[in-house]
Design a protein around this ligand. Sequence first.
Ligand code: S3P
Length: 178
Amino acid sequence: MVDRPARVVLVGFMGSGKSSVGRLVARRLGYSFEDMDRRIEKRAGRRIAAIFRDLGEAAFRALELEEARALSLLRDRVVASGGGAFARPDTRAVLQEGALTVWLQCDLDTLLSRLPADGSRPLAGNRDIMRTLLAEREPSYRRADVAVDAAAGTPRQVADRIVGLIEGRIRGRAAARR
Ligand code: S3P
């Protein structure tokens, strides 16, 4: 049996589809799905918006790093990371350990069209704020092992592309060993 990654970690901006695609990839691989933000909410006993409001962003980032460490102990997981997690060098290093990291690449207009204006994402500001934040973070997202186009197609089609990439890498490694 050629090694599958212990974890597949989806990275990318808010609205790129990490959670919906992640659930589908997990099902296809027979892995469990983990949503970092939901785990942080459980750990903190409050919603993301409340963590930012009551404790501040620095406290949120500290919780994010703790959560990345907890996830790094688990196997057979597909992880949807928060949009800022991979942009933090310390959290990124932990997320990369033993994992295949996948960037869900998406243009600004598509991202904006997908984000609900419900206040659930404290950093989702106006178009200019989002453009600046995306430009700041793209160099970090580029450090993922692979990138997939997450703007085109349904979540299922994006998930198919990711599973195809993972299977291709496993076949490639098996061929290299023969
Ligand atoms: C954030 C993205 C959110 C969440 C928090 C901060 C960011 O995750 O972690 O609101 O810094 O971009 P999603 O990418 O799942 O929306």
